[in-house]
Design a protein around this ligand. Structure first.
Ligand SMILES: Cc1cc2nc3c(=O)[nH]c(=O)nc-3n(C[C@H](O)[C@H](O)[C@H](O)COP(=O)(O)OP(=O)(O)OC[C@H]3O[C@@H](n4cnc5c(N)ncnc54)[C@H](O)[C@@H]3O)c2cc1C
Length: 599
């Protein structure tokens, strides 16, 4: 099925100018979505946040208990179709639930993500009707919990290299699974594993649904001693000739790697969502502390050093919300389109998310790193008290760290984002080389000396964004031309290109959110959002300058290098530089006056 011409494709943002009215923002949530959000928030405030300290004491039972309650309230079934006892909600709503349930502790964020995402979704998406009827209602209601066994001691990022074997029994009715899985979230309390194993010498692994029967050759390692997410159960799982009926193959033989990767696409955007409310809560605590804490007879919230931190923390999560929900709605629209075209709900969801796999990787990296920065500054604002386990900053900081590692490390996701874009270009799904050539031509042409008209709101910023896209096309385009398929061997160039791509998507999302809201509510009413968008863009310009320069001086030489560096200078030049201190002050005023993050 081909996409409608006017519907944006995944990755296409880099070669097109997206209009503000075409993006979905958190201000567009429906009343139903707001109700869902508020009920999740109420649940977290009542059941999880007050027990935050308890979660640091490795209380795995508490995690199970909370998960069970979340199931009773329907939160575990939001993404599950109604026919399997779920709520069958739209993609944006499922993101909202994931966002707000994850904010109080990484232990619940991980348990929820591992269960609803990678623990349940592969069956919803790839299971047979019988498998779905048998397992999904139990998983959707929290009667059962799921876990996902992909990683092995020698197969982490290289997930398809696992050694776990599946051998058909002589009567052809069962497979016997043997192998060792590592770092399995929810292993301690789950009832079912999605396990990936290799049949004979197949090129790819195969997925299996395995019920947790400890009398069937399944044993668990001790709980891992971890830096953070202390009440999330993480264990090794050993399979020794575990008998699984052949009917429990998930999808097709040799098709497990595809399942694993597609489940991870959804997992990645949901992980971004899971890093949002954690940031809001950190800002909330940090600004309250900063308003209360007096040094030199002054609340520290009045010091520029603290104000700049609060402003940047708020800008980070504002941007992350904008980008996460923008992509979520793009996915939802594509799912809808595919359903209308006659795809089954599973096929529609799979293809809808796969279309935006680039954005899923971008979000996973950007939001997990913002969460890390936000919690780090949260500690700094608390000073010595931030280092104390008696304040919420210390555990938030430790919990945030895992998000850069699981669901594909940030290095792997960075490389994937550019790699997938190049593949899409080669398949002709997006025209990358045409615009890249246009930039190359522009570099050799005479620059325009016209004075641009920047009278319209954010027009200089929007023009800057288009120039940043030219930088990506210039750097990634010439690197692709130079190295062809071998570009993937030049990881440092790929990583630099990926940082440029990420910065563009994130800054654009902030800009479009602010523009859309300012057009609706008026410029004055949205002055803080506008300040955040301008600040985020400025940060993007600076980072892109650094990364693009690094790339250019490493792979281009002589005249080509000179020309590209001149292009870089031209494409990062503001006609009117923003006053960064003023922008931060506008944002800090609002955050300190509201005494919370309130957008
Ligand atoms: C708390 C926790 C919970 C987890 N939960 C689950 C779970 O429920 N189910 C599951 O299956 N797994 C789970 N994992 C495993 C997780 O997905 C892996 O740890 C992750 O994919 C990285 O694999 P690895 O640890 O083997 O690191 P490695 O793959 O050994 O990577 C080590 C370093 O090398 C880098 N690297 C690796 N390959 C490349 C490359 N080609 N190019 C450049 N750099 C590279 C990585 O980015 C990383 O920085 C969990 C892990 C943790 C810590």
């Amino acid at each position: 099925m081909e996409a409608k011409d006017d519907m944006i494709r995944g990755g296409q943002f880099i070669v097109t100018e997206t209009k503000a009215e075409d993006v979905f923002t958190p201000e567009d949530f429906s009343d139903e979505q707001k109700m869902m959000r508020d009920s999740v928030k109420e649940f977290v405030d009542r059941e999880i946040w007050p027990k935050k300290e308890e979660f640091e004491k490795k209380n795995y039972d508490l995690t199970e208990e909370i998960m069970r309650k979340a199931g009773e309230l329907g939160f575990l079934g939001v993404a599950v179709p109604e026919e399997y006892d779920g709520l069958g909600m739209d993609f944006v709503s499922t993101m909202l639930v994931c966002d707000y349930i994850s904010g109080a502790t990484g232990s619940i964020a991980t348990a929820f993500g591992a269960h609803t995402g990678i623990g349940t979704l592969p069956i919803t998406l790839y299971g047979t009707e019988e498998q779905k009827k048998k397992y999904i209602p139990k998983l959707a209601t929290g009667e059962w919990f799921g876990a996902y066994c992909l990683t092995e001691p020698d197969a982490g990022s290289d997930a398809n290299s696992g050694k776990t074997k599946a051998v058909l029994t002589e009567d052809g009715k069962h497979y016997k699974i043997s192998g060792q899985k590592m770092w399995i979230s929810n292993a301690g309390f789950c009832d079912l594993f999605i396990v990936f194993a290799r049949i004979e010498d197949d090129k790819n692994i195969t997925g299996f649904i395995i019920e947790k029967d400890l009398d069937n050759g399944i044993s668990l390692g001790e709980e891992e001693k971890k830096l953070g997410i202390h009440s999330s159960s993480t264990r090794q799982v050993f399979f020794s000739e575990t008998k699984v009926p052949v009917d429990n193959i998930l999808g097709e033989r040799n098709g497990g790697f595809k399942i694993a990767m597609n489940a991870l696409n959804v997992g990645r955007i949901k992980l971004a969502a899971a890093c949002l409310d954690a940031q809001r809560r950190v800002i909330d605590s940090a600004v309250k502390y900063a308003n209360d804490r007096v040094q030199f007879n002054t609340p520290i919230a009045k010091f520029g050093a603290i104000r700049s931190k609060l402003a940047e923390m708020a800008t980070g999560v504002y941007t992350d919300e904008a980008a996460s929900y923008r992509a979520a709605k793009n996915i939802e629209d594509r799912i809808h389109l595919r359903k209308e075209a006659g795809n089954s709900p599973q096929e529609a969801e799979l293809k809808g998310v796969e279309e935006f796999a680039i954005e899923c990787s971008i979000l996973k990296v950007a939001v997990s790193e913002d969460a890390q920065d936000c919690t780090d500054e949260g500690i700094q604002i608390y000073g010595g008290m931030g280092f104390s386990a008696d304040t919420p900053m210390e555990s938030a900081w430790r919990d945030a760290r895992i998000s850069r590692i699981y669901e594909g490390t940030n290095e792997i996701n960075r490389m994937l984002s550019v790699g997938m874009l190049m593949k899409k270009a080669m398949k002709g799904h997006i025209d990358f080389m045409g615009p890249a050539q246009a930039v190359a031509d522009e570099l050799t042409g005479i620059p325009s000396f016209d004075t641009p008209d920047y009278s319209e709101l954010l027009s200089e910023e929007k023009a800057m964004l288009q120039k940043l896209k030219k930088i990506f096309l210039m750097v990634a385009g010439s690197a692709a031309q130079k190295f062809g398929a071998e570009l993937e061997d030049h990881q440092q160039l790929l990583l630099a290109s990926s940082d440029i791509l990420i910065e563009i998507y994130m800054a654009e999302s902030a800009l479009l959110r602010a523009e859309k809201n300012a057009k609706k509510e008026g410029e004055d009413a949205q002055k803080v959002q506008i300040a955040m968008a301008k600040l985020r863009l400025y940060q993007a310009v600076e980072k892109i300058n650094l990364k693009a320069k690094e790339g250019i001086i490493s792979f281009a030489e002589g005249d080509e290098q000179k020309m590209m560096l001149m292009g870089l200078k031209r494409f990062t030049k503001y006609d009117n530089y923003p006053n960064i201190v003023e922008l931060r002050n506008i944002i800090a005023d609002k955050v300190t006056e509201d005494n919370t993050y309130n957008f």
